[in-house]
Design a protein around this ligand. Sequence first.
Ligand SMILES: C[S@@+](CC[C@H](N)C(=O)[O-])C[C@H]1O[C@@H](n2cnc3c(N)ncnc32)[C@H](O)[C@@H]1O
Length: 199
Amino acid sequence: MKEYAPACERNSQVILNVLQRILAHSRTVLEIGSGTGQHAVFFANGLPHLQWQPTNKESLESINAWRGEAEFENVLPAKSMDLLAGTDHQYLRLPEIDAIVCINTVHIMAWQGTEKLFELAASAISPGGVLYLYGPYRYADRPLEPSNENFDLWLKERDPLSGIRDFEAVNRLAGLAGFELQEDLAMPANNRSIWWSKR
Ligand SMILES: C[S@@+](CC[C@H](N)C(=O)[O-])C[C@H]1O[C@@H](n2cnc3c(N)ncnc32)[C@H](O)[C@@H]1O
């Protein structure tokens, strides 16, 4: 059964606007933490040249239900992916991965999940490929916005290992994994679109 996340309805178009620019030359995209599957279908419809591989830690049922709405049949069946359980991407059987897209997931997982994400990106993304993250971030040179401060407290009450990540720490991981920062864009509701390319 198709599930709906209200946040997806609000952010899909603004994220697609960025992805259409930065994934113009990509062919295969691995999405980590696909959630309901709404994003996978929305982005695949707006980027018909891509083959989109959704993955999720939890149930894949909703993603596969949404797949039927991919106008160009360019969404692959969802695969199970728990970054805290390992990063063996071979089973995904993609010929190669040109990009990884991970939306509103880095602050949900324990920090080790982000480390694993960059390990996976280092081994799976082809040179010149893209790693795109969307969500709220904390910056050393300014206080967290009040809405994100509240969100961070709420996250930590649910799971003390979760929480809004430091941009500088994430960017450091990216550098160590062989990625170069390309853009860090302000998005609605105090979110960021951050993307790196593989050297
Ligand atoms: C807030 S939801 C975001 C879903 C979707 N990207 C969106 O923006 O609507 C967080 C996602 O993180 C995923 N997730 C949580 N822990 C994970 C882990 N250890 N490895 C991979 N994904 C994880 C969940 O399955 C879920 O899809």
